[in-house]
Design a protein around this ligand. Structure first.
Ligand code: KIV
Ligand code: ZN
Length: 388
């Protein structure tokens, strides 16, 4: 089994399905270029058959992106698949991602098809797609809520038809990490030709477990592709967040033992671009890309970080594209952090007594004001300072 984890970004497709996150062709191209700088392996650029606009967006991205595989989603029918094939035809590496639902609920209530009809449609769709494109991914929509023996038959059939990636989505975010991981593992064991395809996970965040579920799918289930979005953008509560899953695998390489090809220094620029383009604000305490992800406010933490950063930092802010970590001065800050900030501002106080007096004034101010900015400190030390 490969020790590389393939990062499949679907910000431009599943991310765009988030209400209010629709993007123009040019916006999508700009984000696709950033995803290419980030070195994602696969960019799902859209759903070509869904509208002429989306077709154009996928085609434009396919024609401009050179280093990442460019993929279009398609339902499991000839029209969608032909449209997807046409849209990705200009790509260096193109992929068609076809899907059909396999859970009893979706088959009966939504598709109104019998399981045998679904199996046959999946098989024919992959056969048709394989004649148009060398890289076919098959997704069993609502895969996690599917009956496992039936799902295994579907997967075996589509691999036999030439699908090279098999994706088992937790479409509605219902999974629990351990259960999802074991579901993927058991399913793989039930599929006789399972090693002919790369297994993929695609998790939604309805219970806030999309990242944990994806990681369990990798660790327990043996999946080697994760489908994710920048900032976890996506339908309802969103998708598995790219930055979290990538940094988890990187930071805990000791546990996962996998390589990711991502240039992590491009994570924060990608996050900002997606946020600015969609208008979806990133919460300050969001892991990796939130404004506070590398900010230290308590005196004890500040003191520790000033002595050795890894006391309270498991990743470097600079490694994910921040210019530096942040020591936020406020009422919890200690003398050490205050002195350090004076130094950074080029302020030299002549004696320890002066520093102590300035520190007392700083604490008084901090009781009245939640964050103390550099301007506050400059005003606070006033004439006592000798600026370097
Ligand atoms: O969540 C889902 O099931 C999907 C599929 C279309 C892959 O987005
Ligand atoms: Zn999805």
């Amino acid at each position: 089994m490969t020790d590389k984890l393939i990062i499949f970004d679907t910000t431009l497709r599943d991310g765009e399905q988030s209400p209010g996150a629709s993007m123009t062709r040019d916006e999508k191209l700009r984000i696709a270029r950033q995803l290419e700088r980030l070195k994602v392996d696969v960019i799902e650029a859209g759903f070509a058959a869904s509208s002429n606009g989306d077709f154009e967006a996928v085609r434009t991205i396919a024609n401009h992106i050179k280093d990442s595989t460019v993929c279009s989603l398609a339902r499991a029918n000839d029209r969608d698949i032909a449209r997807a094939a046409e849209a990705v035809a200009g790509a260096n590496r193109g992929r068609i991602h076809t899907f059909i639902a396999t859970s009893p609920l979706h088959m009966e209530k939504k598709l109104r098809m019998s399981p045998e009809q679904v199996l046959e449609q999946a098989r024919l769709a992959v056969r048709f797609g394989r004649n148009l494109c060398g890289d076919i991914e098959f997704s069993a929509e609502d895969g996690y809520r599917s009956e496992i023996d039936f799902l295994a038959r579907v997967v075996e059939a589509v691999i036999a038809e030439g699908a090279s990636t098999i994706n088992i989505p937790d479409t509605v975010g219902y999974a629990i990490p351990e259960l999802y991981g074991h579901f993927i593992k058991t399913l793989r064991e039930k599929v006789p030709n399972s090693d002919k395809a790369i297994w993929s996970v695609h998790c939604h965040n309805d219970l806030g477990m999309a990242v944990a579920n994806s990681l369990a799918g990798v660790k327990i289930g043996g999946a080697r592709q994760v489908e994710c979005t920048i900032n976890g953008l996506g339908e309802r509560a969103g998708n598995c967040s790219l930055e979290e899953v990538v940094m988890a695998v990187r930071t805990r390489r000791d546990y996962f033992g996998l390589d990711v090809g991502i240039d992590t220094s491009q994570i924060v620029p990608a996050s900002r671009m997606v946020s600015q383009t969609t208008g979806f604000v990133v919460q300050p305490n969001k892991a990796v890309v939130g404004a506070n992800a590398f900010a230290h406010a308590s005196g004890i933490h500040q003191d520790g970080v000033l002595k050795a950063r890894d006391t309270y930092e498991i990743m470097r802010a600079e490694d994910v594209g921040w210019s530096a970590n942040k020591i936020v001065l406020g009422k919890l800050s200690g003398r050490n952090a205050f002195k350090q900030r004076l130094q950074e501002l080029g302020i030299e106080l002549e004696s320890e007594a002066e520093i102590n007096a300035a520190f007392t004034r700083f604490k008084d101010l901090a009781d009245r004001k939640s964050e103390i900015f550099d301007e506050d400190i400059i005003a606070l030390v006033g004439d006592e300072s000798v600026t370097a």
